[in-house]
Structure formats: C-alpha cells, structure tokens
Design a protein around this ligand. Structure first.
Ligand code: VGL
Ligand code: ZN
Length: 206
C-alpha cells in the first residue's frame, strides 16, 4: 500500500491532448482507465490543468509568420510554438469526460501568464516562477510523487525533473503516460529523467 507521504500527480489529462484535440497526443486517452484505477491507491491526488489565455505567447498564431512546432526565443529562452490549445474556459481545456476528478484533492492550473509558458507542475518555463505545488506538498508532508499523464516528454518530463531538484522522490508510471515525441524528444527526456534519478514503474506493480 502506498503511504500517506506519497502523492499521485496527474498531468494535463485534458481534451486538447487527447485524440481529436488541438494538440492531440497519440493514444492519449488510453491512459485514463489506468489513471482512474490508480487514484484509489493514493492518499494524495493532484491534477494539473494547462490553462492559457487566448493571447498566450506559446501559441504560434499569436506570432507573425510562425509555424506550429517551430522554436522562438523568448525573454526566458527557447520556446516551442504550439497550436492554440487549452484556452481558458474552452472545451479543449476541460478534463477528459472519462477522467475521475471527484476524489482529487488539488487542481494546479499553469500557463496562465500571457508571456510565460509552463510545462512543469512546479516552475514555469522561466524556471523561476513557482506554481505553489512544492509548498502544498511540503505542508501535506509528501516526500514522493508518482507521475502519470500527458505528455511524457514535455509536462510530465519537466515535472519529474523539478520534483527531483526540489528533493522529492519521483516515479514515472510508464504505461500511464503518452508522448508528443517532437524530433526525438521522448528518448532525450527518458534518458535525462533516468540520469537525474527518477524511478520507473508500471501501473500493475503499484
Ligand atoms: C504540454 C505542450 C504545450 C503538455 C502543454 O501538457 O505536455 N505540451 N502545453
Ligand atoms: Zn500548453
């Protein structure tokens, strides 16, 4: 049984990251039955929700002559420009209908500042602005987190790396994630998480 000091962190299981969504991740909705089942095993359950204003700087169509998936220099460094997705209040930003949300303790919204994108559940892409999640976990005496959701090589990856940097143990549930895989980003992310000390498991072993 999972201890009270361990949280399940479920990243961005929203319509736009599922098939037919604006930034669909292949098979993204296949993780939902797994994530729903896992929820009952954890004492602390947290969702993140990508939550962008319509004029968000990560949207390619807010830049002149910019293609989706191209890279732009922002004031904080390189930023991939995405198709418009997870716009505040729109259907695409809602959690997938099949995802259980009733028993979730906390929903962390991120990416709501127009000029900074936010992949990680802990820090925005300037790597300084905090979401508040680390403080919440510390107040609840959480020491380790199991991570599921979308996408493995972006928001899941950055969340795991930041969790480790902040001193939490972090475990990636490999069958409860799916990737965007932009130019080999999945292999790079998996290697970096391993090198930083992430652990890997599958849902049946939990
Ligand atoms: C994500 C790209 C842009 C994610 C969010 O959830 O991985 N990726 N916004
Ligand atoms: Zn986003």
């Amino acid at each position: 049984m999972i201890g009270e000091d361990t949280a399940l962190l479920m990243i961005d299981i929203q319509n736009d990251f599922c098939p037919a969504g604006a930034l669909a991740v292949d098979d993204g909705d296949a993780i939902i039955p797994i994530v729903n089942r896992l929820q009952s095993l954890f004492h602390v359950r947290i969702l993140t929700q990508d939550w962008h204003p319509h004029h968000h700087s990560s949207f390619a169509d807010n830049h002149e002559a910019a293609e989706p998936f191209s890279v732009r220099k922002m004031h904080y460094g390189d930023q991939v420009l995405w198709p418009r997705h997870c716009v505040q209040g729109d259907h695409g930003a809602q959690f997938h209908d099949q995802l259980k949300t009733h028993d979730v303790d906390l929903i962390v919204r991120k990416g709501f500042r127009p000029s900074i994108d936010s992949y990680s559940a802990f820090f925005e892409n300037d790597r300084k602005t905090r979401t508040g999640l680390a403080g919440y976990l510390k107040e609840r005496d959480v020491r380790s987190i199991y991570v599921a959701g979308l996408a493995t090589d972006f928001c899941v990856y950055y969340s795991i790396m930041d969790a480790l940097d902040l001193g939490f143990d972090a475990v990636l549930i490999t069958d409860a994630c799916r990737a965007i895989d932009l130019d080999g980003s999945l292999d790079i992310a998996m290697a970096a998480m391993k090198a930083r000390g992430a652990k890997f498991t599958t849902s049946e072993k939990i």
